[in-house]
Write a protein that binds this ligand. Structure first.
Ligand code: SF4
Length: 103
């Protein structure tokens, strides 16, 4: 009796842990905020047209995440992953100093 109760408790904990892990795995990816320290060091902006051109002279009009080779989404995706900011999503209309024109 005691053993089956322990088995039940242990398997309940296992199920709860598995659910917690799967909920994390399927949670919406976090959108990269401009306030993120890495985002600030790379001059990331949600709207490329607001890039500080004096501070980031590599920026040129027409460049944005959507036409950057690092953008992991389709051209029509408003947000997608970028290896510069692992685990977060960047805006298709955004920009950062690691921009590299898609071939
Ligand atoms: S590397 Fe490219 S896709 Fe990633 S944030 Fe910078 S401009 Fe956007």
């Amino acid at each position: 009796m005691k053993s089956s109760r322990r088995t039940f408790l242990i398997s309940s904990i296992g199920v709860a842990s598995a659910l917690a892990v799967s909920r994390t795995a399927f949670a919406d990816p976090v959108k990269l905020p401009e306030s993120d320290s890495m985002a600030q060091s790379l001059g990331y902006k949600l709207d490329a047209t607001t890039v500080d051109k004096a501070k980031f002279p590599r920026y040129a009009a027409g460049q944005d995440c959507g036409n950057c080779s690092f953008y992991q989404g389709k051209a029509t995706d408003a947000f997608a992953g970028c290896p510069m900011f692992a685990g977060k999503q960047v805006a298709s209309k955004g920009w950062c100093n690691a921009y590299n024109k898609k071939a």
